[in-house]
Design a protein around this ligand. Structure first.
Ligand code: HEC
Length: 202
């Protein structure tokens, strides 16, 4: 009996010591048995030590300089604009490779709303009928300048969100080239079918 009491007392003491670590009161700074990598000698960007006279530990880049790889030149390719107007035609030459790339990117980033044919009946409006994407094969969109569509993808328009972070510049032009294919296909006539193949039409 005495043994059991002693054991119980021991357990209680052990539990008190162990559970005391679970207190909601945080020590600042905490007592560290093993120093982890959070605590090491270093300079923070605007740290308290102040490596430079102005108290900062980093420097501003010199004026009128651009870090390598960060140049944003205001060309038609980067902005879709030529002066104050949208470029009428894409500055990127159309190749089969470009169209394949555009098809892949369109199916990934545009078809959820605009569907794979571009008619605006994707899975998103099927679930959110109050949110209707444009039919990209209708005449109004066919008439838009390439630079205008570039601007829609980059910055969004009305209820369409921007895609500049998901779709890089080269892919935006690829998508536009492919979108022109979808528009042509949707508005095709018998005259677009080669004469020797018209007989196969139903
Ligand atoms: C999340 C859904 C969604 C996705 C994804 C989406 N769009 Fe749209 N898009 C819309 C909606 C909604 C509209 C209609 C905007 C309005 O008129 O309010 C629209 C309109 C447009 C228009 C017509 C703009 C105008 O001037 O009327 C174009 C062009 C267009 N989208 C191209 C694209 C392309 C290219 C992609 C792929 C990079 C894309 N969209 C991806 C929802 C989407």
């Amino acid at each position: 009996m005495k043994k059991r009491t002693a054991l119980l007392a021991l357990l209680t003491i052990a539990a008190t010591i162990l559970l005391s670590a679970c207190s909601s009161i945080q020590r600042d700074p905490p007592i560290l048995v093993w120093w982890d990598m959070k605590r090491q000698p270093k300079f923070r960007t605007e740290g308290e030590t102040g490596l430079f006279a102005d108290g900062r530990n980093t420097r501003y880049p010199p004026e009128d300089t651009v870090a390598q790889g960060y140049l944003f030149d205001e060309t038609a390719y980067n902005t879709g604009m030529e002066g104050p107007t949208y470029v009428g035609k894409s500055p990127v030459p159309v190749t089969a490779e470009l169209l394949h790339r555009g098809q892949m990117r369109f199916n990934t980033y545009c078809s959820p709303c605009h569907d794979r044919a571009g008619t605006g009946k994707g899975i998103v409006p099927a679930h959110a009928p109050q949110w209707q994407p444009a039919n990209l094969t209708e005449d109004r969109v066919v008439q838009l300048a390439d630079g205008d569509i570039f601007n829609v993808i980059t910055n969004g328009r009305r209820t369409m969100p921007p895609y500049k972070y998901q779709v890089v510049t080269s892919d935006r032009w690829a998508i536009i080239a492919y979108l022109r294919v979808l528009q042509r296909a949707a508005n095709a006539t018998v005259a677009d079918v080669p004469a020797d193949q018209r007989g196969q039409l139903q």
